[in-house]
Ligand binder design. Sequence first.
Ligand code: NDP
Length: 245
Amino acid sequence: MRTVLITGASSGIGAACALELAKDKNYRLLLCARRVERLEELKSKIKDLNPACEVHSFKLDVRNADEVETTLSNLPQEWKNIDVLINNAGLSQGLDPIQTGDIGDWDRMIDTNVKGLLYVTRFVVPMMEDSKQAHIINIGSIAGKEVYPNGNVYCATKHAVDALNKAMRIDLLAKGIKVTAINPGMVETEFSEVRFHGDSNRAKSVYEGVTPLSGQDIAEIIVFALNRPAHVNINDLLVMPTVQA
Ligand code: NDP
């Protein structure tokens, strides 16, 4: 039985991943995000899907290092050993050229996508000491491989995730912790709405004329990566909608 911690489990890829893992009797789930009411809804969906799946959820803002440390160290005793960390919490905000970009948007992206991922990893790795099947999945992006117009800061944060994925692989090799980057192209989630600060019309227009990936598509790939034999590590995977260049 492996205990999985998913950050940003309240929607999109994180929630889909929780539901996919809940179908597998080998996983028990630690779910966190800021919107706890969403986590409660997700827990009841998981109960319907597989009443035997053990789930513990809690509020966590990954941007706050003290909160990350305290919350993780205060987990109930039976949840203190973690096997799998899915670093999924993240966002894009704004789509503006650098000379007019909003500094608040920049801070939120850097604090969440880069510093948040670092804080959670910093405090979870010591909780993996007893694991025989430890694995960290970092959700990067095509934006961590390429740069697109006005994507400046979001792309920079996902390039940082790409670098950190490589760095973790080196740092954690001797501990036997697998490290995998899953880099999606366009996925239809709340991501676009967050990017455009709640402007749902603008958010929807992003998906016009294309068939994007779903959270479920990415969740299935994450579970595939987690279920490889001990000697196999998927290091870095780019997953694109067929129609996206
Ligand atoms: P969603 O907006 O649906 O989900 C984002 C999740 O991150 C939410 O659960 C949100 O929870 C959580 N989150 C955001 N900020 C924080 C924070 N400060 N602390 C804790 N949790 C936080 O988008 P996706 O599911 O699409 O995004 C998941 C990941 O996938 C992100 O890293 C994103 O960059 C990446 N990605 C998405 C793509 C896409 O096209 N959708 C493409 C490539 C990568 P809450 O608000 O409740 O805290």
